[in-house]
Each structure stands twice: as C-alpha cells, then as structure tokens.
Design a protein. Structure first.
Length: 130
C-alpha cells in the first residue's frame, strides 16, 4: 500500500512540474510575440516608483519626475536626431459623476504629436481596448 501511494505521489509531482513548465513556456511565448509585434523601433520612457512619507512604495511609473519639457527635449533634433516622433502622455484616476451615478476611472491624455508615432498609437490602442 505504501509503495502504491509513493508511486502516486511521484506521478502527481512529475505531472504538476510538467504542466507548470508548459504553462510558463506558453506564457513566455505569448508575451514575446506581443512585444515583437510592437516593433523594434519603439522606445517608451517611464518614471520610476515613488515612496511616500510613511515608506509606502508606489508601483512602477508612480513617480512624477518626467515633465512635458522632458518630452520636448527628446523631440529635439539635436538630442535624438533619429526620433520620428515623441508623444508625452499622462494617466490619472478621476472620480466622475453623472446624475445620481458616480465612479472612478482611469483617464489617459497625450499630445497631438502622437499622430507622428504609429507604433505608439498601436500600443495605446491595445492598452485602451484590451
């Protein structure tokens, strides 16, 4: 009886490892394909994370260290001569009210120079529309 349970445990353990590795490889392939579909000539610059007075760290991009003048500097032909376009964006969570209803949503805005950045437009559409 013990040997039967031992064999069952080994079979279940091996099967779980095989399934976990297969799932990880499938996910890795999917993510790699999504990144490759954006192209190799898209560069996204994001701020780091912030820490408040109590020591609580915000998530990636929570620091507000990048400004519109940073985007304008990157768009300069002197600073980055090969850049086709630079589009700044700002994302915030806002509370909206309409009549008796209210909700919190994420609002993303960008500059008009997004029109010169076709890959960025594609990436933003995927972000907004899933």
């Amino acid at each position: 009886m013990r040997s039967l349970l031992t064999m069952l445990g080994i079979v279940v353990g091996i099967a779980s490892v095989v399934l976990t590795v297969g799932l990880g490889l499938g996910t890795q392939k999917d993510v790699s394909e999504q990144i490759a579909s954006l192209g190799s000539d898209l560069l996204i610059v994001s701020p780091g994370s912030s820490t408040d007075d109590s020591g609580m760290r915000g998530g990636f991009g929570s620091a507000e260290t990048l400004t519109l003048s940073d985007a304008e500097a990157l768009a300069s032909d002197v600073a980055v001569p090969d850049a086709i376009g630079v589009a700044a964006e700002k994302t915030s969570e806002l509370s909206l009210e309409y009549g008796e209803s209210n909700w919190t949503t994420t609002v993303t805005g960008t500059t008009t120079s997004l029109d010169r950045c076709p890959l960025a437009r594609t990436a933003l559409r995927r972000l907004l529309h899933g």
